[in-house]
Design a protein around this ligand. Structure first.
Ligand code: EPU
Length: 419
């Protein structure tokens, strides 16, 4: 089992080009199943979750190769419709293959997906939407067997109880080749949904309204292949900015999606960091000590503050001057990183969905176990700010979402090694 060893207490300084987005790449890889020709997907981060998606593509008969952050997928040879439980359990996004397989073959057998343990993560909205689109679904012995009546899903008017990112993606994937029009009300508005729609439009899909709450999709008989470049990863961007804010110093984040990062940047700016954006570059300089954020940091669906950036901002605010208050509104159990931060000397009190962070003058290095992807990233932020050495284990969680994290931290002047 590998570990990350971090020597903290050093100011950071450097420039970093942002990786491609994990949460865009995964649905886009699934979407390639719907095409009748080869797809070339550039700026695809090389991550364990992305490799898990490639294994699913291989398993249903697609050829999928990676080199230099480019995935080449040949979906012409799709033959299978069953995604085995071991592949489904590798990550949450495996469920996205349900909509894509239904769109391609009219049937699939999947099971409950894995992914970070952030509290219960049901798929009821996904299943209810597919059923409304004319898909018969039977759940037996852990398998979810889906079959479109008449071999092709039907367009439907859908209204989500909550703007779920995954359910919105699954509906879009099923609807782009369904018969007739699908309308999704209260759809998720995350930038990664727009990126998925951008890819599908490049393949010939007819989609409008993505980025807004009402998305309309007119089903097409066939989609072609295309070349597409995945958007930058706004959460990895937030993480590297939080590392520099926490440790102190200055950095330039290039190839960033500055507009999509605005909800995060406006919260980070309240800590007293100087932040300038120009084109696809973000410049950050942090003073000697951060200020606590006065307004409660409430995680909300986009364009609210992203839940995926909650843990890393909390790590930065652990040593701020004053008290910051977080409210986690998306997942029931997304404060598991707090235990490690407390071990490093942070003063954090969790009361249900609220976490009260009273800034301490300094943290100290400690051994810590990554609890989940973003929680593990938060531990790296805290370790970089802390005096002394930290050893972070269970880093397979971190490798699911951050490409070559030790190279990125080293580019910023941090001392980190993998053992
Ligand atoms: N939910 C339901 N029923 C459903 C679907 C969702 O109750 O059928 C609930 C969930 O339990 C959760 C809330 O709705 O409480 C939001 O879930 P959502 O479906 O929006 O999240 P997701 O699709 O499972 C994606 C990202 C997450 C990110 C969330 C919210 C991917 C692969 N994952 O998850 O990313 O936190 O949206 O923005 O896109 C991460 O990258 O670390 C990560 C966890």
């Amino acid at each position: 089992m590998q570990k990350l060893i971090i020597e903290g207490g050093r100011r950071l300084k450097g420039e970093l080009a942002l990786q491609g987005s994990k949460n865009s790449s995964l649905p886009i890889l699934a979407a390639s199943l719907l095409c009748m020709d080869e797809c070339v997907i550039r700026n695809c981060p090389e991550l364990t979750d992305v490799y898990a998606a490639a294994r699913i593509l291989n398993c249903v008969g697609c050829r999928c190769t990676f080199s230099d952050n480019t995935a080449v997928i040949d979906p012409r040879t799709v033959s299978g419709t069953v995604i085995p439980g071991n592949l489904m359990r590798e990550m949450r996004s495996s469920i996205i293959f349900m909509g894509a397989m239904l769109g391609r073959t009219g049937e699939c057998t999947v099971s409950v997906p894995g992914g970070c343990e952030l509290g219960p993560r049901p798929i009821d909205m996904h299943l209810a939407a597919m059923r409304k689109m004319g898909v018969d679904i039977t759940e037996t012995g852990g398998s979810i067997v889906c079959r479109s009546r008449g071999g092709r899903a039907k367009g439907a008017k859908l209204s989500l109880a909550f703007p779920s990112v995954g359910a919105t993606e699954n509906i879009i994937l099923c609807a782009v080749t369904a018969e007739g029009e699908t309308v999704v009300n209260n759809a998720a508005r995350e930038p990664e949904i727009c990126d998925l729609c951008g890819f599908l439009r490049a393949c010939g899909a007819d989609i409008s309204g993505d980025g807004e709450s009402r998305i309309a999709i007119k089903g097409k008989e066939k989609l072609c292949g295309c070349e597409y470049s995945v958007m930058p990863d706004r959460i990895a961007g937030a993480t590297y900015l939080c590392m520099t804010a926490a440790a102190g110093g200055e950095m330039i984040l290039s190839r960033a999606c500055t507009a999509e990062m605005e909800p995060f940047l406006s919260a980070l700016e309240q800590t007293g960091c100087s932040i300038f954006t120009s084109g696809d570059r973000i410049y950050l300089r942090s003073g000697s000590r951060l200020r606590a954020v006065r307004d409660r940091i409430r995680t909300m669906p986009h364009p609210g503050f992203p839940t995926d950036a909650q843990a890393v901002l909390m790590a930065a605010l652990a040593t701020a001057d004053g008290t910051s208050v977080f409210e986690e509104n998306i997942f029931d159990c997304r404060y598991r990183h707090t235990e490690a931060l407390i071990k490093m000397g942070a003063d954090i009190q969790v009361l249900g969905k609220v976490a009260i962070v009273r800034g301490v003058p300094r943290l100290h290095g400690a051994p810590a176990e990554a609890t989940d992807l973003r929680g593990g990233a938060a531990m790296i932020c805290a370790a970089l700010a802390a005096e002394g050495t930290s050893e972070i284990s269970r880093i397979s969680h971190i490798d699911r979402g951050y490409e070559k994290i030790e190279e990125a931290v080293t580019a910023l002047g941090g001392r980190i090694s993998r053992v």
